[in-house]
Design a protein around this ligand. Structure first.
Ligand SMILES: Cc1cc2nc3c(=O)[nH]c(=O)nc-3n(C[C@H](O)[C@H](O)[C@H](O)COP(=O)(O)O)c2cc1C
Ligand code: SF4
Ligand code: SF4
Length: 255
């Protein structure tokens, strides 16, 4: 059973890739939080994984909420792992997750991280498609290696992207303070397709006469709405408009 959260597809790709190798099922944590579904019954010896993006060196609100409520009915011993996807560094997010899970009676055997395209277009520019592809081609090697280790139930701490992780206590506060919906603005290009509202993991968007409005003051800040809009009509503050949109696209293997 692999639990994942993903705004723009990086973490979903990693979860799907691992599940393809290990024959596990993938479960979207955002759907579970929306339905308040936290009870899961494990099959004998089943693996349990958590795959998620890094937000300000800490856990996305959805992942934190899910992990804090998770109840696993175990069947014998279970190999458990986490994989963080990030653009630069993870900080101490995986340690935060381990702490929360420990309180739920779930110990993590293995911890991994992989560097992929940084979707934080509030600061970064993702317009260069070939640069993005190069980053994700490199990531694919790490993902294959991680999947191999997980398939063999390898234990240990394998995250080499922690950076100055003790600063995570402060950056966690930054995330909590910045995940406001007030900077979201919609341009005249909006065609009223409703995609942003449909896929928002926080249920923070409604359509008002065909145009999105943010009905919650806070959201997960996953930027999924912004990156998935078919006409790039959603902006967050003054920078995102010129920083492009990104969603994970499958890397094609050489024949
Ligand atoms: C609000 C926000 C904050 C982020 N903070 C970090 C960060 O602190 N460090 C980092 O390396 N990447 C950061 N990122 C980038 C994402 O972690 C990275 O692109 C991730 O792979 C996205 O995964 P997803 O496609 O599954 O949503 C941030 C992204 C967002 C939206
Ligand atoms: S996804 Fe874009 S075009 Fe569609 S309703 Fe939302 S803002 Fe408008
Ligand atoms: S409003 Fe946009 S950024 Fe916020 S949780 Fe919903 S999809 Fe993600």
């Amino acid at each position: 059973m692999i639990f994942y959260f993903s705004g723009t597809g990086n973490s979903k790709h990693v979860a799907d890739f691992i599940a393809g190798k290990t024959n596990d099922t993938v479960i979207n944590m955002a759907d579970c939080v929306k339905k308040m579904q936290y009870d899961f019954k494990l099959k004998k010896g089943e693996r349990v994984g958590f795959v998620y993006p890094i937000y300000c060196w800490s856990l996305p609100s959805v992942v934190e909420e899910f992990a804090k409520n998770l109840c696993l009915e175990k069947y014998g011993k279970h190999y458990t792992f986490s994989v963080a996807t990030c653009g630069v560094a993870t900080g101490g997010a995986d340690m935060q997750l381990a702490k929360i899970l420990a309180k739920r009676g779930i110990g993590l055997h293995a911890t991994f991280a992989v560097k992929m395209v940084d979707n934080y277009t509030i600061a970064f520019n993702v317009k260069n498609a070939s640069k993005n592809e190069a980053i994700n081609i490199k990531a694919e090697e790490s993902i294959k290696n991680i999947a191999f280790l997980i398939n063999n139930k390898t234990g240990g701490y394998h995250n080499h992207l922690r950076g100055l992780w003790p600063a995570s206590k402060a950056t966690k506060v930054v995330y909590q303070l910045t995940r406001k919906t007030s900077p979201f603005k919609v341009s005249e290009d909006c065609i009223g397709c409703g995609l942003c509202a449909k896929q928002c993991p926080a249920g923070a968007i409604s359509l008002d006469y065909g145009k999105p409005v943010w009905t919650e003051k806070k959201c997960a800040l996953c930027l999924s709405c912004l990156h998935h809009c078919p006409v790039n009509a959603i902006n967050y503050g003054p920078t995102t408009k010129n920083h492009g949109q990104y969603t994970y696209t499958e890397i094609k293997e050489d024949k």
